[in-house]
Structure formats: C-alpha cells, structure tokens
Design a protein around this ligand. Structure first.
Ligand SMILES: [Zn+2]
Ligand SMILES: [Zn+2]
Ligand SMILES: [Zn+2]
Ligand SMILES: [Zn+2]
Ligand SMILES: [Zn+2]
Ligand SMILES: [Zn+2]
Ligand SMILES: [Zn+2]
Length: 1737
C-alpha cells in the first residue's frame, strides 16, 4: 500500500500536509505541526471530489482514492512507518482477551445452562466450539442482531469464561501480547490525531445545515449549486409504498425505484435525485405528497448540498477506519475512549460519545451501525471504559429512552439496546445502583413515559394504546430486569440505601397498577378478551420476574426486608384508604358476629391487578421463611382483613391469564397466600364469615330460602362451589417455601406430578406449563427423573414422560393450578387407572406438609363452628334430596374438606400426645347439636349419603372418609382409653357395622366388575368382527404388504400343487412356464360397482402420477435439458441422469367415472379461484378421490393374455431356430421392409447378411412361419385411455405440449416402464426386501398395469414408426446395421434397450392387410434371443467398464467361471488391440460381472414377470444373495456361468464382440481418456448429515453467498440430494429461468431433482420439500433433542442429534417418489402455506 500511496494519483495532491514517507514523519517536529488544521484542509480539498458522483458511485474507485489520498497518508503519519508492516506486527500480537464479536441477525449464539450467569450471556460459534461448554447443557438460538460474544468476560460465566482461542494463558504468543505495547511516540501521535478525527466525525454526523459546511471545511472556491434530494428510511412505510411514491414523484422505472428502495432499507438513506437546489426541493415535495397519499404520513426527505453529503459519507468511512484500528491495540482503544469521554473544562456540554448517543435517534441507519460498532470495538472491549461509558449512559438514560420511544426504528438500531451489555454485568450493575442510582433512574423513566396511560384516579388505563409504543416501554422494563438479574452477595450501606430508594420508587409504579382496569363480574359468563385489556396483562407478565427479583433481593438482608415490608405496607394502606366505603352492616351466624362494610363480588367491580398487595404477601412469606416475622409487631389483622378486599379470585373462571403459568406466581398464587395470611391472623369464624359475606352467601347458609327463581339458585350454587374451592386451597395448598417447610424442588416436583396425572407429556409441553425464573429455567431437569420415566418416540411424534407409579399417591384432585378442564381430565384419568387396577375409585387428598409456625393457625378454619355449619348444611341438603340446592361438585368438595380435616387431626395425633392436640375435627364432626338444624352430625350424614343414588360415583370416597373417622377415633382411644370408654361401645358397634357393610359392598363391586368385564369382551368381539367386515369390503384401502404376499403365496401353492414340474418357473424360451392369469374383478372407488377386466369391455383405470426424476442419477453435475422439444429419448444414458417415473396409489375407477369426476372438479375449481394452487388442472392434476394422493393421469388396466406353450412344438422348433438363424430371419425381414418401404432410407446391412450364415433362401415372410396370431382387439374405451396415458407420459417426461401423433410417444412409454422398474428394484434392494412378494399393493398393481399398458400401447401407434425405433435399438446390439447416430455400447443403459426391443419387436409381424403378432412359441424365442443378446452386450459393458481395478487380495479361485472369464478377457484384449488389460485375474472379472449384472437381472425378472405372468422361483421370495443369483438365471434361462453364453453362441457373437470393442468411444475409455459408469451403479441416498446439529450450524456460519459479499443476513439452505449449500430467499441469488425470476432453491431443484427437491433450512432446522415453481411444504427436520422432540426455528434451543430412522423416512419419501404426494397432502391440510412465494425460495 505504501507503494500505491507513493505513486498513486492522489499522493502528489496530498503533498504538503502530511509527509508520505515514514522517514520524513520522524523528522517532522511535532510542535511545529498543526495537525488539526492540515487535516481539515486536506479533507476540505479532497472529500467533495472523491464523493462527487453520489447518484451513480463507482465504489471501488472511491475506496481507492480514499485510501490513497487520505487514509494511507494518515496511517503513515500515525504509525511512523509503512502501515501494512506496522499493522501486521500489531495484528500478530494484539488480540484482546475478549472476543467481542458482534452478532448479525440470524447468526447462531450459544449459551450454557450450567455456567452462564444469565441467559443473555452468549458465545459465538467459534468460541463455543473451543470452550468447555460444548459438553455442557447448552442452548442454541438465532440472534436478533446487535448482541456481542461474551467470551473472556469473567463475570458472565460461573466457569470456563474463556475459550481456548481467547485464553491468554493457553498460547505462548499471548505472553508477548501484553509486552507488545505501542511505543510512546505512536501514543503521542494518537493523542494528537484522534481528537481531530473524532471531532470531525462527531461534527459531521450531527451537522444540521443543509446548505453549508463548517467554515473550516469550506474552501474558498466558488460554491457550486449542486444538491441531492435524499430519502430516509423509516419503519412506517412499506417497500411497496416507497417504490410507488418514487415512481410517481420521479417518474422513474420500476427497476430504478426498486434499486433505491433496497439501498434505503439497507443504508438508511439515499440520494434519489441530483440537481440544482430548486429541482431537488421540488422532488422533495413531490415525494412527500405522493407518500402521504398512500399512507397518511409523508416520507422523510431532505435536500442536502453535495459537499455536506460527501463529508457525512466520509465521516462514516473514517468511523469504520477507527473501528478497525481499535481491534489492533488496547492502547488505541484506551486513548480513543479517553478522548471520547473528555469533557471540555468548565463547559456543560456533553463529551463526544454522549453527544453521539444523544444524537443517535436522529441518525440514519447506516450511521447508527457505524457508531454502535465503534462503541463495541472500543468501550466494550476495555472493562474500565465500559464502566465509564455505562455511567455516561445512565446519566442520559431518561433522554435516550424518551428518544427511543418516539423513534420509529427497530430497537436493534437504537443505542438504548446497548443497555443489556452493561446492566447484566453484575459488578457494573451494582456500581450503577450504588453510585448512579440506576434503579431509581429506570423507574422514574417509566413513571415519566407511562403517565399518558393514567386515568383520573391515577390508575393505568390502556384504552386505545399503541402496541408499538407499549413495546418500546417494555424495553425500559427489561432494563430493570437486567439490573436485578444477579443478586449481590455483599451489601454495603450505600447499596442498601440506593436499592431501597429504587424499591420505593418502584412501589409508585405498582400503586398506579393497584386496582387498575376494574371489571364487573358476570356470573356464568366469560369475559371477552379485548385487546385493550390485554395490555395490562402483558405489563403484568413483563413485571412478573421483576417483582420476584425485588422480593428476592429484599430477602437477602433481614434489615432490608423489614424496611421494605414497612414501605410496602404503607403503600398498600394508602391505596386501601382510598377504596370506596359503604355502610357498616352486622352479620350473625352460629353465634358469631361480623361487623363490616360489605363488599359484593357480584355487583362491585373488581380488579385482578393488585401488585402492591401481592408484593406485600410475597414479603410476608419471606419474613416467615427467615423467621424475621417475629420482629414484626405493628401490623396485624387490619391489613389481613383488608388486603384481599377486592382481590381477583372471584374472576378465576373468567380471566384466563390470571391463572396462566406466565402470570400466576405474582397474581393467583399470591392471592391464595394473602388469604392464608388473613386466615392465619384472624379468628377462624370471623374469617369464614367474611368469606361468606364476600361471596354473598350469608343468607344461603342461614336458612332455607324458598326462592323459586331458578337463575338465582343456580347462581348461588356456582358461588358456593367457588367458595368451597377457595377454602380447599386456603387450607390445603402449602407448597410455597415459607408457608410450609418445602424446598423449591419439592414445589416443581409437585407441579410435574400433577401435570403427568392428566396424561403423559412431551418435555416441551411440561416446560411450557411450568413457571420460568429470571434465567428462563424451570428446574425441570433436576427433578423430572425422580418422578417420571421417559418413553422414546417412534418415527413420527415425540417422546413423552410418564409418571412413576409411586408418585400417583401425591395426586390431589383439587390442585390449585388445574384449570377446570385439567381438573376433570385428571380426575377421569386417575379413576380409570384405579378401575383398571381393580381398586376403589376414591381419590382422597394426599397428606399436606405442615404449615410453618406463621401460618399454623390456618388449619383452625377446618374445625371452627362456621365451617362445621357449612359442611353440615350442604350434606344435609344432599341427604334430603333438595336437588336444586346442591350439586355433585359441591359434595365432592365437602368430602375433600372433610378428608383434609381428618388428615390434619391424624397427623397431629401421630406427632404429639393426645391431650396436647387441640385440633378436634373428629369431635366437632361427631358432636350432636341441640338445635334442629344441627340435630344430625356430619358422620351420620355421611352414612346416609351412601344411599343417595345421584352420588353413586362418590361412594368410594365416602367409604374412605368413614374409615378415616375410624382411624382417628382409634388414635384418640389408644392414648386415652379411659376418656373415650364411655362412648366407645356404641361407636365400636357402629364401626363393625360399617365394616360388614363394607365387605358386602366389596363383594358386590367384584360381581359388578366381573359382569362389566364379560360385557366388554362381548363388545370387543363384535367390534373386531365389524372391523374384519370393513376390511373385506374396503380391501383396497388397506395397503397391506403381508396380505399381498399372502396372496402371492397362495397362488404359488396352487401352482406347485397342480404341476410339480420344475420348468414351470421359467419365463423365457421353449421351456417357458404357463402364465397365471386370474380373472380380475375390480371395484370402482367412485360408483362402487364391480367389473371384470376384459379386453372388450369398457376401460378401468388406475389413478397415477407421472413425474420426472433424478432419483437414480450417477452424475448430478450433468446439466439437464429443461425442455424436451429437441430431445431424442430413445436411448437412456447409463448415468440415468433423469427418467420418467410412473407411480400409482393403486385405486381403481371406471374410465367414465374418472372422467366425470375430473370434469366436475374442473368446474368446481374454476368457480373457486383461490384453491387452484393446490393442483394444476391445466396439467391434468387432481387428487385421488379416495386417498387424496396427487395424480396427473390414469393408467388403463389391460388384462394379461394368458399363454401356454405346447412343449412338444417348442422342442421341435428348437431344433431349427438357433440364434444365428433367428438373427438371419429378422435381418431379412428388416431389409425386406426397407426395400418395400420406399420412403425409408436404404439400410446398409449386407456385410452381416452376406456372411453366409445360412441359406439365402430365406425370404421376407420367413419370420411368420414360426407361428403368428392375430393382435388383440381392444375396446375403443381402452384404446382411448392407452392414448391418453401415453400422451401424459410424453408431455410430462419431456415437458412439451401434448401431441398424440408425436413419434416419441412409444419411446417415452418404454422409457418410463424401464425407469420405474429400475426405481422399484433399487428400492427393494436398499431396503433389503426380497424381489417378489414384498411390494406394497399400490406398487404391485401400478407396475402390473404399467407393463401391460406398455405392451398394448404399440397397437395405437403406426407400426412403421415402431419398426423404425426397433431398428435403431437393434443397431446398438448389431453394429452391422450401421444406423446413423447409434451410440456405442458404453453410452446406453442396457435395460432400457431390452425394454424397447422386447416391446417393439412384435411390430415386425405387422403386414399391410392384417394385424398379426407372434404366437406364444414365437414370442418365447423372440424374448429369449433378445434377452440373451442384451445380456451378452451388458456383460461386455461390465467387463470393459468395471473390471479395471487390480486385485487387492490374492485368490486361488480357479473355478470354471474364472477360467471362462479369463478366456473372454483374452478375446476382448485382442479386439481392443491390447487396450484392455489382460492382467486382471479371471476370478476378479467373474466377481465383477456377477455383482455388476445383478440389478439388470433383477429388473429383467420383474419385467418378464409382469409382462407374462409366469411365477418366479421361491428363492426370489426370500433375501439370499447366492440363491437369488441361481434363481434369476433359471427364471431367465441363463447358464449360471454367464460366460457360457458366449461360448454357446460364439460364431454369432464373435463378430458382434469385435465391433462392440472396436468402437472409438470404447477404446478411448479403455485408454483412460474418458470415464464410463461402473457396475453395479451406486445406489443413491440422501447426503450424510452430521450427528450433531451444531456442526451444521457451524458449516452454515462459514457459508458465504457466492454472488454478493455484503454482511446481510443469509439463509443458508442445504440440498439433501447433492449437498450443495445455497443462498435462499435472497435477491442476490435469484436466477432468470425462461424469463422468470427463480430463487436459488427453486432453480437448483430444476437441475438437481428435475424440479422436485428436498432442502434443509439450516438456521431454522426445518426440511423444505419443493416441486416446480409453485409448490412446497415444510417437513420436520430429522434432528431430535434428548427428549425426542424436533425444534423448528430453534425456539427451544436444546442440543439436537440426528435421528437415523427419521432420516431414512425422508430417504424413502424421495426414493418412492412420494415428495409430490406429501406436498399436496400438506397443502390440503395446511392452507396457510399458500401465502408463501415458493418460486423465490
Ligand atoms: Zn466469540
Ligand atoms: Zn473466545
Ligand atoms: Zn458450561
Ligand atoms: Zn365407476
Ligand atoms: Zn388413491
Ligand atoms: Zn442438489
Ligand atoms: Zn446470495
């Protein structure tokens, strides 16, 4: 670079201000040199020139000039030597111990759940991979951008704060690092240079004059009238709005407007017009006007002088220059920070960095980015300066937040987003609290921004709030959370004082929330969730963790806790005083009196927002926990009585969120605690009276009110139920540390147990149902294994946790976090389970833990008079059958309360001596009263309850309670026999009574259970019979492989029984076995009528889908022709690059029924335009009417013509018809045609024909002499379908317009038949299934129909055409034909040739007048010889292309095969003039041939089987390699030593072999000049994926878009077929295909998968299937976390691992050609995807 500066264009011009040569720099005497003036002079001179062409900048040129004229000289001066050399020196040593990498949006970040101090502590991919956390419980997430890697920050990590890369102690070079400091001279110059540079940047960025520059930058030259009209970015206007406005205002092209808009979105501003001031001003007004028209608000436009624009641009360039410089040395950073923080002496003006911060919201996007990066690379890399920066930040916090709230850019682009980087550092947070009072600052900021939502009572009201603005307020709330995230371990007085100040300030916010948004309760109604009302809940959610953290901070320190409690109490009391008051009333019940101001839940409005009271409750519990409560004397019952005055409990059933897991800890749970506090502090009877009064139930329990009003009664019943439920919770719910002596773990365990009592659940479902703490942890992992066992998932679905049996006893039906539905579901599940175990159905509560001393008084509620009265009254009503006054739910709750009372007494009795236990529930419940109302005691009522028919289901529970009564009685008696002796007699006898009735009941129950079991059995039997019938009648619905196999088996059995002769299992030649052609009767799925398949009847068809496929390709790099207009598909390349696959779902219809269906659908969908996209009717697509598979055609079902050979005739013919003679005959026939056919070109065959291989007496008609028969006569309907299907294959396979007369139709027919068979063979092999008998029904019937169709199709084409194709095909085998353009042996797929020649051969029998075809015997020979010929050619192919590797092992195999192979090779060697090496041992050649030929033989066997219907040998129904080979050979009439074929036909084959080998292509391949496909061909599979998902993320992070180098967010996508990584959903990688813009994936799919492809979106962890340009769907990725769940979007962030089974399922989806089907199905069920533009993927 130094050179460039020397000779560069600008160097001369720069002369005079800074010395260019380093040596000179040393000579310059610093004092004399005024850097600032010279620097500015230089800028004034050059900057406007460099950035003159703003409209159409040459970016590279600009950069070059900036370097040469300004930056390079500046660096030379600064470093005092060549900058390149200097910086290299620095770079080697200058790495910081902090990583400091700033994340871009979408980048993956890692956090460690074991070691991160809080979840905002993250690592970049590199640091993570090199850290110890790789093996911990980590989480992965996508960054929203703007974050920063915390590697090296000791405060962020409990362990392993540094990765090996950033660890200074890890590498030797690091030591030098600290020593290598900048020398004094450089530092001195830095101190001189930086201020000027920084000042310039600041001045220019905050420059507001449109027309003028600061005087020091204005040079004397004439000011030119050159301006720009500059458009700024905002979040209010959409892309389209901006484009529209620009087009209108500037009259520019769409493309130009798009260009501008993209740039504005990226950079934040852009000059859209250049010119004189007036014209720019005009453009500005135009843009504003047009934009205002579309969206009310005008766009932000400014007119700037060209020089201003240029200097502002350069200021940013200088900013990034500094940014880079910062990374080189800590000294630079420190000097920079010092200068930025320096305040002018005596001036009130903020320092440089604060100026910029304050200006942030006014800057455009590009400038903000540079500024923030600069802060990251300087201040945040030096702890000391980070602190100083934080202090400045807090100083201006209020202003900054206010600016942000009124700004319209995303938060990532605001300087306020940096707060998380400072506030989450524990020491920094503490410093800011103690010294800068940050908590108060934040809460005051909140109080300043929230007032706009305050109503006249100073309560919040969010009517008509703006969601965006509120979201911005949340950012402030979040800051509060960051500051509080780590609790201090050491408290100083100052910290304590400041914290308390902050807390008090925070209480002011809560005061505004206390009682806000009151609602009137509507019994039996659900409150509509209106959006305004949701805002309050959202704030509550935001505050939840902050409230918790405040309480926890308070609890750290006893002194603090007490002070905070007092403050909080004061605040609550202040609010309560303001509450409305009523007349005092007096209320008596059971001799107790309550005097109060009544409050009625049904009429008075209530609020669910009571954060102050709840905070007080929270502090109370903590006081109880620490025992400090004893020091609290002043507050007692008045609080207790009032604090839950208007609490929201009465809204439980109406407000979902109140009880939801996201809020409940600081709402619902705290309300229960409030009640418990009240209950513990008040007299129990008073407490209950108060409750009764709140629920307006005072009268309901006083006397029977004979009201007739059904509604009132119903309403009263609802209230009673709710009240009882609350009482159960108050007494029973004790799982809160402080309320009882439980740990947090116990609490979580109980939550999980109750969740799993409902049903087994996935990990994610449990997590979602548990409250998260401030670190987003639920504590689930620590306890889950204690209570549940994990059950692994299958190929779909997810793993679930099941509750351990021993935890079932913990089940509490009235668990307070159950919703109504959960409650009944859990009850149902548990009862069912007990029933299955043949146990009673009683579900009593589990014994609760003891209350802590503070709360111990709560239990007194259970045995107080009012409670007894309530219980008795309800039971009495039930017993007296006052049906309308009680409900079963009520009884259930009364029973639950009874159980709780008895359990309490029992537990107390077990713990202490009887006389000390004052809890006398038993006594109260069994005591007789004197008044009429309580003449019967509870125990007696229970006995009676058993006979109430409506309460049959509660019987078991009642029995359980009776037993408990007994137990408690015994416990009382045991310790004090004497006292109870008096009454024990009667009690005991009663006890016996119960016992005997219980026995009786047990027996009865047993009998009933048995009866029920028998009944169930009967039903089951009926059901399965029904099921069988259903299967019978809907056989086709069941694609049961087993069944298909069974069918084949039975056929096989019949076969072997009828004829035990072996040759029945031979498909070819004179020994050919009989075809098994069953009569086929099929049912049309549309009209349900049956029909036999016959040649002459109307056609039945099979729904089918034809698609192009690259599933078998051997070479994915081959470029596919997108349109087949000029393609000749007769020969398939051995690479099998792209074939046409025909699949079927196996469903049969009448052709006529199908046509009607299709037409109806067409009509239907034309009327409903929007659904059109599911399938393309134009291209014949439709959904199978039965299974909804996507289809685009139908295959006509052509019956197999059974043929039998007379074996004697066959033997006779065998004597005459040798291969040689057969060949002679067909050659004569063919040449005869060419003689006859004037139009056909003269064929050149004499060389072969004249070789004198027999008598020339042969004539044109000889071929007919071995037997002919007339061609089958197909019904016109079948013919029509033959043509229709053939045309579809042609149209789809070649992507051309349909044309029934095209000459390529027969070729495509053979080709799809061959390709489909090859696909099926491939699939069977990779799945390890036997060749026959294991196909799915749909595959079986599809293949059968396809092969029969292919044979019949010939009859619908002109025979001359077929003959022409046949001759070309034979040309490959018989090179003497010398047909033009015949490919060599190595350029064709032999199975495709076989298919073509066999299917077209009958055309040779065609005579002008009569339509003939070979007889059975003739075709037996034709098949045999055609097959042998192709086999010979294929063997030669294999030997030439594949037997090339030298042996790695020696083998002494000297088998007959090996010897034959050896001699064959000798011949080949000879014919290739030695190009083929003879050295390869015979056994190896044989081995190659045997392996290589296998797929071909298997395909041939499948083909002939489906063509002729001859049963295959049993060996092919099993998987066995050796057996298979022999069986195939026998079925196909081949010798097992394949080389014997050559020997047998040597005279005929020898000349063929000679010609095959002599082909130039073959020779060039043998010489190694080209590469031929090796056999067996490789079986394709999806690419190998790494086991650990983070490896993929790693790969993705290194991905660079091949087309652009900007740092924008990319969506790397992996092609699962070929492994290519693509840049998806981005304009940079779109491609123009046939005039259409296609996204990277869509255009890749066209080549890689012939339009159908499978991708993995790496950052989202989702699989995408696409087809063509318009269709696609998402599919779960094959990666699972340890809980067997997928994680689309990496939302949960758990480590993910590859699931092989799921990946295999994807593989099968591909290889079975079901991707299209899957897409169609998913689009059917999931219509949302329509909005997505797949084309641009
Ligand atoms: Zn890092
Ligand atoms: Zn690191
Ligand atoms: Zn860790
Ligand atoms: Zn039909
Ligand atoms: Zn179907
Ligand atoms: Zn690909
Ligand atoms: Zn790209």
């Amino acid at each position: 670079m130094a050179d460039g500066a020397d000779g560069g264009p600008g160097a001369g011009a720069a002369g005079g201000w800074v010395p260019v040569r380093p040596q000179e720099g040393v000579m310059w005497c610093d004092e004399r040199f005024n850097f600032q003036a010279t620097f500015l002079q230089c800028l004034a001179k050059h900057v406007p020139n460099i950035y003159s062409a703003e409209m159409d900048p040459l970016l590279e040129k600009q950069e070059e000039m900036v370097q040469a004229v300004i930056l390079c000289p500046l660096e030379c001066y600064l470093f005092g030597e060549d900058p390149d050399i200097f910086l290299e020196k620095l770079q080697q040593s200058g790495t910081s111990q902090l990583c400091g990498k700033v994340f871009k949006g979408g980048e993956t970040t890692y956090s460690c759940r074991d070691c991160a101090v809080d979840p905002t502590c993250v690592l970049c991919m590199d640091c993570f991979q090199n850290s110890i956390h790789k093996n911990h419980r980590y989480k992965m997430h996508s960054s929203t951008g703007g974050g920063f890697c915390d590697c090296g920050d000791a405060e962020a990590w409990k362990a392993g704060p540094v990765c090996t890369k950033h660890d200074p102690g890890a590498s030797g070079s690091a030591k030098e690092n600290s020593e290598c400091q900048l020398n004094e001279e450089i530092m001195e110059r830095s101190r001189r240079v930086f201020p000027s540079v920084i000042k310039y940047i600041v001045d220019m960025l905050i420059w507001e004059e449109e027309k003028e520059l600061p005087p020091e930058l204005t040079i004397s030259r004439e000011k030119v009238d050159s301006y720009y009209c500059v458009l700024f970015n905002d979040e209010h206007h959409s892309y389209d709005h901006v484009i529209y406005s620009l087009q209108r205002a500037l009259g520019c092209e769409l493309s130009e407007a798009q260009l501008h808009t993209t740039a504005i979105d990226k950079e934040g501003r852009r000059a859209v017009k250049a010119g004189h001031y007036a014209s720019c001003q005009e453009a500005k007004e135009d843009i504003k006007r047009h934009s205002e028209n579309v969206s009310q608000r005008p766009l932000h436009v400014e007119v700037l002088h060209a020089d201003v624009m240029a200097h502002q641009k350069f200021a940013l360039r200088l900013g990034s220059w500094l940014n880079k410089l910062m990374s080189y040395s800590s000294d630079f950073r420190q000097i920079f920070c010092q200068i930025c923080l320096k305040e002018e002496a005596g001036s009130e003006k903020p320092c440089f960095i604060s100026k910029l911060m304050l200006w942030d919201a006014k800057l455009h996007k590009g400038a903000r980015k540079v500024l923030h990066e600069l802060i990251f690379s300087s201040f945040f890399m030096e702890m000391e300066y980070k602190k100083l920066f934080a202090v400045e930040f807090v100083k201006y916090y209020k202003v900054l937040q206010n600016e942000y709230i009124n700004d319209d850019h995303d938060r990532v682009l605001s300087v306020t987003a940096l707060s998380v980087q400072m506030f989450t550092v524990p020491t920094l947070a503490r410093h800011l609290i103690a010294e800068q009072n940050v908590i108060t600052t934040i809460t005051e900021t909140l109080l300043e921004v929230l007032p706009e939502y305050l109503d006249k009572n100073d309560k919040f009201n969010f009517q008509g709030y703006s969601q965006d603005k509120l979201n911005r307020v949340y950012a402030v709330i979040y800051d509060l959370r960051y500051v509080l995230v780590s609790k201090p371990t050491l408290w100083t007085d100052r910290l304590r004082q400041r914290f308390l100040e902050g807390f008090v300030s925070f209480l002011r916010i809560l005061t505004c929330m206390q009682g806000m948004e009151e609602i009137k309760r509507q019994i039996g109604q659900h409150i509509e969730v209106d959006p305004d009302w949701e805002a309050a809940i959202a704030i509550q959610m935001q505050l939840k963790n902050i409230l918790l953290m405040f309480q926890e901070w308070c609890a750290c320190d006893e002194e603090l806790l007490l002070k905070a409690y007092r403050e909080c109490h004061k605040a609550v009391m202040k609010c309560t005083m303001n509450g409305r008051s009523r007349e005092k009333t007096v209320f008596h019940l059971c001799g107790h009196t309550l005097e109060s101001r009544p409050y009625r839940v049904s009429a008075d409005p209530v609020s669910i927002h009571l954060p102050l009271s709840r905070t007080l409750a929270g502090l109370h519990v903590r006081l109880s926990q620490t025992g400090a409560i004893s020091r609290l004397h002043e507050f007692v019952s008045p609080v207790a009585a009032e604090m839950w005055r208007r609490n929201g409990l009465s809204l439980i059933s109406q407000v979902f969120y109140y009880q939801d897991v996201k809020c409940r800890e600081e709402m619902y749970d705290k309300d229960i605690i409030m009640l418990q506090i009240g209950a513990s502090l008040m007299d129990p009877n008073q407490f209950l009276l108060l409750i009764l009064q709140r629920y307006e139930l005072a009268d309901a329990f006083k006397k029977m009110k004979p009201t007739k009003d059904q509604d009132l009664i119903k309403q009263c019943n609802v209230l009673i139920e709710e009240m009882l439920q609350i009482l159960i919770y108050v007494v029973g719910e004790r799982y809160v540390p402080g309320v009882s002596n439980v740990t947090k773990q116990d609490v979580i365990m109980r939550e999980i147990i109750h969740l799993l009592c409902i049903e087994p659940m996935a990990h994610s479902a449990i997590t979602k149902s548990l409250p998260e703490n401030e670190n987003n942890e639920t504590g689930l992992e620590n306890v889950i294994d204690k209570v549940a066992t994990f059950k692994k998932p299958g190929v779909s679905g997810h793993g679930v946790y099941e509750l351990k049996d021993e935890c079932l006893k913990e089940f509490n039906m009235f668990f307070y976090h159950y919703t109504k539905t959960q409650h009944s579901k859990a009850e149902h599940t548990q009862k069912k389970r007990r029933k299955q175990e043949n146990r009673d159905e009683a579900l009593p509560p589990p014994p609760p833990p003891d209350f802590s001393p503070t709360f111990s008084n709560v239990v007194r509620i259970l045995n107080c008079d009012v409670m007894m009265h309530i219980l008795r009254t309800i039971l009495q009503r039930a017993v007296e059958l006052e049906t309308h006054l009680w409900t079963e739910a009520m009884i259930q709750m009364v029973l639950h309360l009874l159980s709780l009372g008895l359990l309490e007494e029992k537990q107390q009795l077990l713990k202490s001596p009887e006389e000390e236990v004052t809890f006398d529930f038993y006594h109260k419940a069994t005591r007789m009263g004197s008044s009429a109302l309580n003449a019967v005691n509870v125990l007696m009522l229970l006995e009676k309850l058993k006979s109430v028919p409506q309460l049959e289901t509660q019987k078991d529970t009642v029995n359980w309670i009776l037993q408990m009564f007994d137990t408690v009685k015994r416990l009382r008696e045991k310790s004090s026999l004497t006292t109870v002796a008096a009454i024990s007699g009667s009690e005991a006898s009663k006890g016996d009574e119960t016992q005997s009735t219980q026995d009786k009941e047990k027996a009865e129950r047993k009998r009933k259970a048995e009866a029920a079991r028998l009944h169930r059995q009967k039903i089951m039997a009926q059901m399965s019979a029904l099921q069988r019938n259903f299967i019978e009648t809907h056989k086709l619905l069941y694609e049961n492989t087993l069944e298909a196999q069974g069918k084949e088996d039975s056929v096989m059995e019949e076969e072997s029984m009828s004829s035990a002769i072996d040759y029945s299992k031979i498909a070819l030649g004179p020994k050919r076995g009989p075809s098994v052609a069953e009569k086929e009767v099929l049912t049309c799925i549309l009209c349900q009528e049956e029909q036999e398949v016959k040649l002459e009847s109307t056609a039945m068809v099979l729904s089918a889908c034809v698609q192009k496929s690259t599933a078998l390709t051997q070479n994915r790099n081959r470029v596919l022709e997108l349109s087949g207009d000029t393609l000749d598909p007769l020969f398939m390349h051995p690479d099998l690059p792209c074939g046409t696959h025909t699949g079927s779902c196996g469903h049969v219809m009448h052709a006529a029924c199908w046509q009607k269906y299709f037409e109806a659908m067409q009509l239907n969908f034309r009327q409903r335009l929007h659904v059109e996209q599911i399938f393309d009717l134009e291209n014949g697509e439709y959904l199978c009417p039965l299974c909804k598979s996507l289809c685009n055609t139908v295959i006509p079902i052509v019956p197999l013509q059974a043929q039998k050979i007379n074996s004697e005739d066959a033997e006779a013919i065998a004597q005459i018809l040798s291969l040689a003679r057969w060949l002679e005959i067909i050659i004569v026939r063919i040449s005869g045609y060419s003689v006859k056919n004037v139009k056909g070109e003269k064929q050149n065959l004499p060389a072969f024909a004249n070789k004198g291989m027999g008598n020339s007496a042969l004539e044109f008609h000889s071929i007919l002499s071995f037997g002919v028969q007339s061609s089958p006569k197909y019904s016109s309907s079948i013919k029509e379908m033959l043509i229709l299907f053939a045309t579809t294959i042609y149209r789809v396979g070649l992507k051309v317009a349909p044309n029934e007369a095209d000459y390529r139709i027969p070729m495509m027919t053979w080709s799809t038949c061959a390709f489909t068979i090859q696909c099926i063979e491939n699939l069977l092999e990779t799945e390890g299934k036997p060749l026959f008998g294991s196909l799915q029904n749909r595959q079986h019937s599809g293949l059968k129909a396809l092969v029969q169709f292919a044979a019949a199709q010939r009859t619908t084409s002109p025979q001359v055409l077929i003959q022409k194709h046949l001759i070309r095909l034979l040309g490959v085998l018989l090179p003497n034909f010398k047909v033009e353009d015949t490919p060599s042996l190595l350029e064709v797929d032999m199975f495709h040739i076989l298919m073509g020649v066999v299917l077209s051969f009958p055309s040779l029998y065609w005579e002008d007048a009569v339509d003939l075809q070979p007889s059975s015997i003739s075709s037996a020979y034709n098949h045999l010889y055609l097959f042998h010929l192709t086999t010979l050619a294929h063997i030669t192919q294999i030997v030439i292309s594949s037997a090339t590797e030298s042996p790695t092992t020696r083998s002494s195999d000297n088998s007959e095969e090996a010897r034959s192979a050896q001699s064959f090779c000798r011949e080949v060697c000879q014919y290739t003039s030695g190009c083929f090496s003879q050295d390869i041992p015979g056994w190896l050649v044989w081995d190659c041939v045997k392996k290589g030929i296998m797929p071909y033989l298997r395909c041939a066997a499948l083909f002939f089987h489906y063509l002729l219907g001859i049963s295959p040998p049993e060996e092919l129904l099993q998987v066995s390699e050796e057996g298979q080979f022999k069986a195939l050979c026998s079925y196909l009439s081949l010798p097992t030593n394949l080389f014997l074929l050559f020997q047998e036909y040597w005279d005929t084959v020898n000349p063929l072999l000679q010609r095959w080998c002599a082909d130039p292509v073959v020779l060039s391949c043998l010489k190694g000049k080209s590469i031929a496909v090796k056999y067996p061909r490789k079986r394709n599979s999806l690419i190998k994926l790494p086991e650990d998902y983070s490896c993929l993320l790693n790969q993705a992070s290194q991905f660079r878009c091949p087309r652009s180098d900007d740092d924008e967010q990319k969506h790397p996508v992996l092609c699962l077929f070929c492994g290519a990584m693509l840049c998806s959903q981005n304009t940079c990688c779109q491609e123009l295909v046939n005039g259409e813009e296609l996204g990277a994936c869509t255009s890749h799919a066209l080549q890689c998968g012939a339009g159908v492809c499978m991708f993995l979106k790496i950052r989202e962890c989702k699989v995408v299937l696409i087809e063509g340009k318009t269709r696609g769907c998402l599919y779960p990725a094959p990666y699972l976390d340890e809980y067997g769940e997928t994680d689309p979007g990496l939302k949960r962030g758990n480590p993910l691992h590859l699931c092989q089974e799921r990946y295999r399922k994807l593989h099968l989806l591909w290889q079975q050609h079901c991707i299209i089907e899957e897409i169609a199905r998913s689009q059917e069920t999931n219509q949302i995807i329509f909005g997505f533009n797949w084309q641009l993927l």
